[in-house]
Design a protein around this ligand. Structure first.
Ligand SMILES: [Zn+2]
Length: 216
């Protein structure tokens, strides 16, 4: 996305891909990647969350690749913060689902999770999930009153139901607690017009499988 994107860059930003780091600079130093490799190997880390938009990088940049390779090696998912970021819409260009889809194509065996269902970009998130076998989304934040007001509760429910009816294994529970209410997020899932079996997948089964959690 360039200057005609959905999002307006800040007035002092250069056109196109803008960011404060030199293009070749790694997102994290190599000793961090080594530590990640070790901790993922011992099971002390079960996933990684990256914050494009909060930090000015695009998910498909070369400097992120070392992280993806380690996560793919250990089969642990990468979660991307996506959608509304600091109430500054221009930041959403960095974490839009279409940017995450580029990583999905680069690393087809790596599980990717779009956090917050990329709200308010719910329809784009739905399309990316449904068309990429390795992309999932969590619903954290969707029950926040600001989000239900901006996106509309009916729209949220219908998009979740659409994904749940086609690929029920793709939606993961999340709350963004303590910013958001756990109870409201439970209520959101319980109000979906889907089977009890699918609700259980969303509330626990999907996360247990994607994060390889022990279940007793
Ligand atoms: Zn987030």
């Amino acid at each position: 996305m360039g200057t005609n994107s959905l999002f307006s860059a800040p007035p002092d930003a250069p056109a196109g891909r803008f960011g404060p780091l030199p293009a070749g600079k790694p997102l994290v130093p190599s000793h961090f990647v080594d530590k990640l490799d070790t901790l993922a190997g011992t099971g002390d880390i079960i996933g990684v969350k990256l914050y494009p938009g909060f930090e000015l990088f695009y998910p498909d940049e070369d400097r992120c690749q070392a992280i993806y390779k380690v996560c793919a090696k250990h089969d642990i998912p990468v979660v991307f913060h996506s959608g509304e970021t600091m109430n500054e819409p221009w930041r959403e260009e960095y974490n839009h689902p279409h940017e995450i889809a580029k990583v999905a194509a680069q690393f087809p065996s790596l599980k990717l999770i779009v956090a917050h269902f990329s709200q308010p970009h719910l329809a784009d998130c739905r399309d990316v999930i449904l068309s990429n076998a390795n992309v999932y989304a969590d619903i954290s934040g969707l029950a926040h009153p600001d989000v239900t007001r901006i996106c509309g509760t009916e729209v949220i429910l219908s998009i979740l139901e659409e994904v749940a009816s086609q690929q029920p294994e793709k939606i993961l529970f999340g709350t963004d607690w303590p910013i958001c209410s756990v109870g409201e997020h439970l209520k959101l899932v319980r109000s979906l017009t889907v089977s009890e079996e699918v609700k259980t997948l969303i509330l626990s089964g999907n996360a247990e499988r994607v994060f390889a959690l022990e279940s007793d």
